[in-house]
Design a protein around this ligand. Structure first.
Ligand code: HQG
Length: 179
């Protein structure tokens, strides 16, 4: 598979595992897992290609493991819009986290803070370079906001770290943001 085919398949897998499993005839369990064999059948893909996407993914978006029944299962590490309980435990964040977005969103973000939109959490990056990549997905001029995660944690906001290193929190009130 070439790079473009990998990206295309990664997007289909994300759609099936995070957002619209029913459209593919899939029913993830409450932690978001589906049997690997079911995903292969639903997407009509080979195991070799699935493994290539899981292993070669730039963001380690997917996890494969053997379930209690002995069968291998797969889920997305984060980014769901379907209800899932990823079983993440709260974790102390680094002092600063970063959020890349578009300048056109800035007035609204300054007024109301960062909201989770369609996902379960606001996604924050551990470094500026990662935040720039996330923000670059948006049209228009990129801005990287700095989040005072130390102050948020002190004030009782919970943070979670996904298996692929994305920091998650429910919302970021505007007073913790600087640009
Ligand atoms: C913006 C990708 C106006 C927010 C990435 C963002 C990430 C506001 C957008 C992951 C706002 C939501 C998540 C407010 C937030 N006013 N705009 N008050 N509050 N926003 O896609 O963080 O490839 O849900 O700035 O790499 O961009 O899917 O969040 O622009 O890790 O694995 O609302 O998605 O990962 O957009 O990206 P998203 P995000 P994957």
């Amino acid at each position: 598979m070439d790079h473009r085919a990998m990206v295309r398949l990664s997007k289909r897998m994300s759609l099936a595992l995070r957002h619209e499993p029913a459209r593919f005839g899939l029913a993830p369990d409450r932690a978001g897992w589906v049997p690997v064999d079911d995903l292969l059948a639903a997407l009509r893909i080979d195991r070799v290609d699935l493994d290539a996407v899981v292993a070669g993914n730039d963001k380690q978006r997917f996890a494969v493991e053997r379930g209690a029944d002995g069968a291998e299962r797969i889920r997305a590490n984060q980014g769901h819009s379907i209800p899932v309980d990823l079983g993440l435990t709260p974790s102390a964040p680094p002092a600063r986290l970063y959020h890349g977005t578009s300048r056109v969103a800035l007035d609204s973000i300054r007024a109301t803070g960062l909201h989770r939109a369609g996902r379960h959490h606001v996604h924050l990056s551990p470094d500026v370079a990662t935040a720039r990549r996330v923000g670059a997905r948006r049209a228009g001029e990129l801005v990287v906001l700095t989040v005072d995660a130390a102050a948020m944690a002190r004030d009782g906001h919970a943070f979670y770290r996904s298996a692929n290193g994305v920091w998650l929190t429910d919302a970021v009130p505007a007073r913790y943001l600087a640009d």
